[in-house]
Design a protein around this ligand. Structure first.
Ligand SMILES: [Zn+2]
Length: 428
């Protein structure tokens, strides 16, 4: 069955590499500029900048190649549900020979593990289908690895793209043809058979070195663009933003950060609190971002609270409104909605009784922008007393308590923020 592109977001062409060449003085806000295009370049410390490189026009595909691509073997690394209600990540490889399909699979699994370790992918791991397309190359490795070497490979991947050592480019038309062998295509991750750090980001396609443990961070940043529609939060020194209020949810011209007013002052996973920090979307002045150092600014860091919620909603919307939650593994489930400062008791405003000693497990899945806390209480015979507390920052909490027979209840408190929650719990 031929695949379809469903979510190719309108982000500018970008790309990434380790080296940090000299930037042009004034980066344009628009992407492609006649025969040239902007690409992201990553420095060894994770900082990101942009370079203008000559555009590479993909060659027209031969009928033979299209047929060969459509017939490529597809392996489901993870199939969690119908594609209409899932994000479909398609992983393809370049520079892997027929004898190296096992190595490609190993690289694909470790890259998915790297992505799925970062929120919100961790939380929504089961909202993704992950397909591996076994793209067979005639020769092993990619071009210019090391510099000056060439290989005959299926997707024409090459380092030293536009003269930048760690910029890993490929033929996007060929990549799309092979990815289309999967049942559905939402985003493509193309792995080069190399251990050299590097990668690139195109609209809907990220490249990364399959054998390098950190190169998946580039794909995570690119997913911020393609899934969440997030703007970059880094900037070029000395530049001033020339436009009106930008459409992206994580940059604003308002120095008070009114765009994300309900988040202001809250702790954010990338450190510090949400505010309005000067610089973003490539420009230093006249534009503000929600936090000092999120992964839209520096690789290897978490999304900030604003970006996290946007990603969360985008994935949940695609996942049919009922994304598998982190608390679903527990046997009992209750849902509710809390206003800021309010308290709820579960189950059902009541309590539960157990005649057994053993472990009570509670898990609260609340809004990421809120601070919800979870308490387990036990009846002493005359009053309720708290026996276990889960009160970290954020909307999600888990607790365990080893107790004797008796009456128990969960208390859920919205310390700040409001919204729906799910409580999962197990009774001994
Ligand atoms: Zn970016």
């Amino acid at each position: 069955m031929p695949g379809r592109f469903t979510r190719l977001a309108a982000v500018a062409l970008t790309a990434a590499a380790l080296l940090s060449p000299t930037l042009p003085a004034a980066p344009a806000h628009a992407g492609p500029v006649a025969e040239k295009e902007w690409r992201e370049v990553f420095s060894p410390d994770g900082t990101i900048s942009r370079v203008l490189v000559p555009a590479r026009k993909p060659a027209a595909l031969s009928r033979e190649l299209v047929q060969k691509a459509a017939a490529a073997e597809v392996i489901p690394l993870q199939e969690t549900g119908p594609s209409a209600q899932r994000f479909d990540l398609v992983i393809i490889g370049d520079g892997y020979t027929a004898a190296q399909m096992g190595l490609l699979r190993q690289h694909a699994e470790s890259k998915w593990a790297e992505v799925a370790a970062v929120e919100p992918f961790k939380k929504y791991k089961n909202s993704f289908n992950v397909w591996l397309v076994n793209v067979v190359s005639n020769q092993s490795g990619v071009d210019n690895d090391p510099y000056g070497t060439t290989r005959d490979t299926a997707l024409d991947m090459t380092f030293y793209c536009a003269g930048t050592a760690r910029l890993l480019c490929l033929d996007t038309a060929k990549a799309q043809a092979y990815a289309a062998a999967a049942p559905q295509v939402d985003v493509i991750l193309a792995l080069g058979n190399s251990t050299t750090y590097g990668g690139a980001g195109y609209s809907g396609i990220s490249t990364a070195s399959g054998g390098n443990a950190q190169s998946g961070q580039i794909a995570i940043h690119e997913f911020g663009h393609s899934i969440g529609g997030l703007a970059d939060e880094y900037y070029t020194a000395g530049t001033t933003y020339p436009g009106g209020e930008p459409g992206e949810p994580n940059v604003t011209t308002s120095a008070s950060g009114a765009k994300w007013a309900s988040y202001i002052g809250r702790a954010t996973p990338d450190g510090g609190v949400i505010g309005a920090y000067q610089g973003g979307s490539q420009y230093e002045y006249g534009i503000y971002r929600p936090s000092e150092n999120s992964l839209m600014r520096v690789l290897g860091r978490p999304f900030n609270l604003v970006g996290l919620d946007v990603m969360d909603r985008a994935i949940a919307a695609k996942a049919g409104g009922t994304p598998p939650g982190p608390c679903d593994a527990l046997g009992q489930r209750r849902t509710g909605t809390l206003a800021s400062g309010a308290t709820a008791y579960q189950p059902d405003g009541n309590w539960y009784y157990t005649g057994a000693s053993g472990t009570h497990r509670g898990c609260l899945d609340g809004p990421d922008a809120a601070n919800f806390d979870l308490y387990l209480e036990k009846w002493s015979g005359s009053a309720w007393g708290t026996v276990a507390t889960a009160a970290t920052i954020g909307g999600d909490e888990t607790l365990t308590y080893s107790g004797t027979a008796g009456y128990y209840r969960y208390r859920i408190v919205a310390g700040s923020g409001s919204g729906p929650y799910t409580l999962g719990y197990d009774v001994p």
